[in-house]
Design a protein around this ligand. Structure first.
Ligand code: BGC
Length: 762
């Protein structure tokens, strides 16, 4: 855990340059706009520890799988989000010396992420080895108003000298992925060009042949007037630049505006990329930095109106929730149904920028409540479009007759994860797609989704479970063997309760949905059964038998659900008795020791109870929480949020608050010592749920909103906003009262602390 960032309601602030924390800061201060994003790398050279990262949504490379021992069924490749052509560089040479903060005396350094306006700023003063002292004020943003535009304003001032300065402004596609399996570079050049004033590189990804055209144009000003300087241009493979030589005069700031356009063949015809890039650059320069920025900031203001959460009386918590909302919003804007939410968003390479079950299990509720229904629907349709591939994935593993096995990790629907314990065994993920549908329908009331898209998917997933279970003669029940539950610190277990419960629930939901479509839209139903070759009576008869005869591990003495068969054979030593030096276990212990231990990486039984909360009474929830919470190490970022929600439900307010801080400040305080690889974007949606579903106690039951709020002792008040069925509702919880305001829409009855309350707009 690191606590070096200053607390502030709207800003993330780092004061002083600590080279060991630089990569953590590069992740935390990342910028994005849904179409592209980047780590907070420096504009000028930096020879210290850094992970360079610039990413373009949807652009990936299928890196050939590398494993120690090949297992049949492994995918051929792991899809990786690419470190894309770099556009932020502004290299500075003063006299003969390069400005490099790793080699200068840095006298003051401040990095600020203004979350309200989506602006990254760095201000520093540094002395070069020859005694020349400069100050720099660098600002940049990735435009929310035009997802293909980025802009930098870099101001440098000589504090104790006048000297020649050389500025290099490149576009560089000669970049690498740190996680490249075979040290390969993934980009090839299509074209490049540089002329005084601009440079463009059009590059293509190997194998996938995505084209990304990146161009820059600039303006340099001294004392408020544009200057030309002596310009030379250079091109080499995958690279183009302008080098400008001019004079840096003592105390007269030199301001470099670098305007950038990044276009991908996902959105433009390949043969039009360069021309469009040039015209977008021209427009950007004409608009100028201030106008581009004010357009961008306006969009942020609007986004904050839609999804801000305020917390009064606790700056750390306020900063935490805003940071989570900020990062989520700049990762996924919901405008493009081909895109999804990678666990690291645009903040790092880990997890390949691909889509995980995280989207359905954690992110969907955030988008359901803070955006128009189309956004959440797009996320569901994304999986509908992958149904064919999910059926292929299942076929590769020996399933048949239209069984659909959704991938654990994917870019285009194909599985690209290659660890047997996850690829083959973490099968619960296929049902996250079904659960998300239920969530969506409950929240929006759009049951027609089932006829249009949903039922086809459900039939496929139900067929998977139907084939994946087996009848145990011994238990006289259906069992599910050889799985990994959400808790990845257990592999190849039998009867993981969460998996069995979810599998059986999916079969039930698929049957109910089939019935609904049959009744409500017989024509469409007939189309679906023909298309999927669904023998409804025969298939659902067996599904029903499974639902009624599924085995669920349980300990009658303790009256707790068992995470899996044999869980109680483990030595049950609570986490609090572990030596702190052993944490995090995944960095300190051998894998086999972890597997044999009782420690739970992330909510598993509790995850299931959270999803199906209404199936359990309060006492059962409390008993299971009391049993599993002390054994949970939360080494997945996705874990604490579930614990906040359940702790809130059972009245463990202090614990709920502790977990809340852990999820909300996970990256800001680097709790799991891994933020340098990127931020935990998908778990940020869990933070939102912690507050709204945890503290706010928000649920939807039978189409009606319920609230059961409490306020942590540390807070004076908090408020959140929901979009719900054409209404906008603001809930404000203070120590002594709860205000629920209908800001927009027709009157609505909600249930507040068990009692109906009619909301009317003023
Ligand atoms: C978790 C998975 C999750 C993945 C990506 C892993 O550490 O155990 O549940 O899907 O991270 O967030």
């Amino acid at each position: 855990m690191k606590q070096y960032l200053k607390h502030h309601e709207w800003h993330i602030i780092e004061e002083g340059l600590n080279p060991h924390y630089n990569q953590v800061s590069e992740s935390v201060f990342s910028l994005g706009n849904g179409r592209m994003g980047q780590r907070a790398n420096f504009e000028e050279d930096y020879s210290g520890e850094t992970l360079q990262g610039s990413y373009v949504a949807g652009v990936y490379y299928p890196d050939k799988t590398r494993v120690g021992w090949w297992k049949n069924g492994y995918p051929e490749y792991f899809a990786k989000v690419l470190n894309a052509p770099s556009w932020i560089e502004i290299k500075i040479k003063i006299g003969d010396l390069v400005l490099d903060l790793a080699k200068c005396k840095v006298e003051s350094f401040k990095r600020v992420l203004d979350m309200k306006q989506g602006l990254l700023q760095r201000i520093f003063t540094a002395t070069l080895s020859d005694g020349k002292k400069v100050s720099v004020d660098a600002k940049r943003f990735c435009s929310m108003a035009d997802g293909e535009i980025g802009a930098i304003r870099y101001e440098i001032t000589a504090l104790n000298f006048s000297a020649p300065i050389t500025l290099t402004l490149p576009i560089n596609a000669d970049v690498v992925n740190k996680d490249s399996n075979y040290d390969e570079k993934f980009w090839e050049e299509v074209t490049k060009a540089a002329e005084p004033g601009w440079a463009i590189v059009n590059a293509a990804t190997k194998k996938t042949n995505f084209h990304v055209c990146t161009g820059m144009q600039y303006d340099i000003q001294s004392a408020g007037k544009s200057i030309k300087g002596k310009v030379s241009t250079h091109v080499r493979e995958k690279y183009a630049d302008n080098v400008i030589e001019t004079d840096l005069k003592e105390n007269i700031p030199l301001t470099i505006y670098k305007y950038v356009a990044i276009l991908s063949s996902e959105n433009h015809a390949k043969d039009k990329l360069v021309a469009t890039c040039k015209s977008k650059l021209k427009e950007a320069v004409t608009s100028g930095f201030e106008k581009l920025f004010s357009d961008h900031a306006k969009i942020w203001a609007h986004k904050w109106e839609e999804c801000d959460i305020t917390i009064d009386g606790d700056v750390a918590a306020q900063q935490g929730i805003r940071f989570n909302i900020f990062q989520l919003t700049q990762t996924y804007t919901g405008e493009d149904e081909r895109l999804n939410i990678g666990p690291k968003g645009f903040t790092g390479e880990k997890y390949g920028g691909s889509t995980y079950w995280d989207t359905e299990a954690y992110c969907l509720p955030f988008f359901l409540s803070t955006a128009e229904p189309k956004v959440a629907r797009n996320l569901l349709v994304y999986r509908y479009k992958h149904l064919g591939k999910a059926i292929e994935n299942a076929k590769k593993l020996g399933f048949k007759e239209g069984a659909a096995f959704y991938p654990f990790v994917t870019m285009n629907g194909e599985e690209c994860h290659n660890e047997w314990e996850i690829t083959f065994e973490e099968i619960h993920r296929t049902s996250a797609m079904a659960y998300a549908m239920r969530d969506y329908i409950d929240y929006t009331g759009d049951r027609e989704y089932l006829s249009e898209f949903g039922l086809e998917v459900l039939i496929g997933i139900a067929r998977f479970w139907n084939q994946r279970v087996n009848w145990s003669d011994n238990k006289k029940k259906y069992v599910i063997l050889g799985v990994t539950g959400p808790n990845e610190y257990e592999n190849n277990v039998n009867n993981n309760w969460y998996t069995n419960y979810l599998g059986a629930w999916t079969l039930r939901f698929a049957m109910e949905s089939a019935d609904y479509v049959k009744q409500s839209n017989p024509t469409r139903y007939n189309e679906i059964i023909t298309k999927t070759n669904f023998k409804d009576t025969e298939e659902t008869e067996r599904w029903k038998h499974i639902v009624e005869n599924m085995y669920y591990p349980y300990d009658a003495d303790r009256k707790v659900i068992l995470q899996q068969d044999g869980f109680l054979d483990k030595e049950l030593i609570p986490v609090k008795d572990l030596n702190p030096a052993d944490r995090p276990l995944n960095q300190k212990w051998s894998w086999d020791r972890i597997l044999r231990s009782c420690y739970i990486k992330q909510a598993d039984v509790l995850q299931g109870i959270f999803l199906f909360e209404d199936d359990f009474d309060l006492e059962t929830i409390r008993r299971n929480f009391d049993f599993y919470e002390p054994l949970t190490v939360h080494e997945s970022s996705l874990s604490p949020c579930v614990h906040v929600i359940l702790a809130s439900k059972i009245g463990y307010k202090e614990q709920a608050y502790e977990f809340y801080l852990r999820t909300a400040r996970l990256d800001l305080d680097d709790y799991n010592n891994d933020t340098e690889e990127g931020c935990h974007i998908t778990s940020m949606a869990g933070t939102w749920m912690s507050l709204v579903k945890g503290f706010g106690g928000m649920r939807v039951r039978n189409g009606q909103l319920h609230f059961n709020p409490f306020i942590p002792d540390q807070w004076k008040s908090y408020s959140f906003r929901l979009e719900f069925r054409d209404r906008v509702i603001i809930v404000k919880v203070s120590k002594d009262k709860i205000d629920t305001v209908l800001e927009h829409g027709e009157p609505l009855e909600v249930i507040m602390n068990g009692k109906p309350v009619m909301l009317k707009s003023k």
